[in-house]
Design a protein around this ligand. Structure first.
Ligand code: SF4
Ligand code: FES
Length: 256
């Protein structure tokens, strides 16, 4: 275990843990936007900036990417941190003035109106959607395109592509709600990606429950589970199968 100090508290963390993980473990809250515990940290938004002090030097770094090190002292709320975080949030608020989560974080730092010219974006280019699609779903249907002010997340396909499964994982992790998954009867829509997919009916209750391409993708991925499981909606599956399958995480299933 590694010993360090966070906000004057002695903390122990496993080797390889990040400052963010070590802080959260002892209940010290550091704001984040582009971090998700199930995904690789990317350090895009810089909202989690903290001050790291070792002997004579001190530097600012992102808590979600910085690994714990023996003897370092971390300040999550020093004047230096507050100044940096305030500037970061002011810029994010100027980019996305109507995103609630950013407005709330900015207000916590005393910012109501940014000094910069306002844009009207919803996406902060945090890359969570790109990472979840690649690392958890395993299809890489979303990617970053262009550079500088033209940079955006997008999909390299058009309506009804067979790349996007319409699973909605990107909408779940998006911190700004820029991505919305909509269910209209038998159709799943994700307007940001121009995705529109037909859903499959549950073999028991007859409700449309998930896009057909997603189900077919999962069937191929885990054929051992048998056809019926994939043709059954989550609530009927639970009623019918009870605890026969324990979902240990989104990728691995454990049989009992
Ligand atoms: S769409 Fe959402 S998840 Fe994707 S990069 Fe933008 S803010 Fe992040
Ligand atoms: S949460 Fe650490 S950089 Fe975004």
């Amino acid at each position: 275990m590694i010993k360090l100090t966070i906000d004057n508290r002695e903390v122990e963390a496993r080797e390889g843990a990040t400052i963010l993980e070590a802080a959260r473990k002892v209940g010290i809250e550091i704001p984040t936007l582009c971090y998700h515990q199930a995904l690789t940290a990317y350090g895009a938004c810089r909202v989690c900036t903290v001050e790291i002090i070792r002997k004579e030097w001190s530097r600012l770094s992102t808590a979600c990417t910085y690994p714990v090190q023996k003897g370092i002292e971390v300040k999550t709320n020093s004047e230096k941190v507050k100044r940096a975080r305030k500037m970061i949030l002011e810029m994010l608020l100027a980019r996305c003035p109507n995103v609630k989560k950013i407005k709330d974080l900015a207000r916590d730092m005393g910012i109501e109106k940014p000094r910069f010219e306002l844009d009207n974006e919803e996406c902060i280019l945090c890359g969570l959607c790109v990472r979840v699609c690649e690392e958890i779903v395993g299809v890489s249907a979303i990617a970053f395109f262009n550079r500088g002010t033209e940079r955006e997340v997008n999909t390299p396909y058009e309506i009804n592509s067979d790349v996007c499964l319409g699973c909605g994982a990107c909408a779940v992790v998006c911190p700004t709600e820029a991505i919305k998954a909509e269910d209209i009867k038998e159709i799943r829509k994700i307007p940001l990606w121009h995705t529109e997919l037909k859903k499959r009916k549950c073999r028991l209750c007859g409700e449309f429950f998930a896009p057909e391409v997603e189900i077919d993708f999962l069937k191929k991925k885990d054929a051992r589970l048998g056809e019926e499981i994939f043709e059954t909606c989550p609530s009927c599956r639970k009623k019918e199968l009870g605890n026969k399958i324990l979902y240990t995480n989104s990728r691995r299933r454990k049989y009992v």
